[in-house]
Design a protein around this ligand. Structure first.
Ligand SMILES: [Mg+2]
Length: 159
């Protein structure tokens, strides 16, 4: 029986959200999930985050939790960091200063480990939840960190 929902709702729980596919629906294109220009140099100049919609179940959770304990960690190889952070702040109220970026998904576990050590040195590992829609990333989190993991579909289940 999953305890992750109960853990997420404890006031002292710290959460790191992935952004693409977790705080967004990942439907960036007109006829595709990926934006049609993804992979092309011109993609750097497209703000795919301008039209993102707030995902209400995630918003309801986030707005009921201490924002000082909510962070984002995202792979960003297209130079879209500023637009992405602006979207997270506008739609969810998570400050841009709480958003961390990496070029490589495989670096996510170490970045989270370092941030938790820096910001919450005494926290129990069971009070940290790493939420990501990517199976490989969830697997790396499980094997390379002591923290809990969750897939964002959990929120669909609870609607
Ligand atoms: Mg993702």
């Amino acid at each position: 029986m999953s305890e992750i929902w109960e853990i997420l709702h404890r006031p002292d729980t710290v959460v790191f959200f992935d952004i693409d596919g977790t705080l967004t629906s990942y439907n960036y294109g007109k006829h595709h999930a990926h934006h049609e220009l993804d992979g092309k140099p011109e993609f750097r100049d497209v703000n795919i985050y301008a039209d993102c919609k707030r995902l209400k179940p995630l918003y309801d959770y986030i707005s009921g939790h201490d924002v000082n304990r909510l962070f984002c960690i995202s792979r960003e190889p297209h130079g879209h960091e500023e637009w992405k952070s602006e979207m997270v702040e506008r739609l969810y109220g998570i400050p841009a200063s709480h958003c961390f970026y990496t070029l490589e998904a495989r670096e996510k576990p170490q970045i989270v480990m370092n941030k938790v050590k820096e910001l919450f040195p005494d926290i129990s590992p069971e009070s940290v939840v790493l939420m990501d829609d990517n199976d490989d990333t969830l697997g790396m989190y499980m094997t390379q960190t002591p923290f809990c993991t969750a897939h964002p579909m959990l929120f669909m289940e609870k609607m």
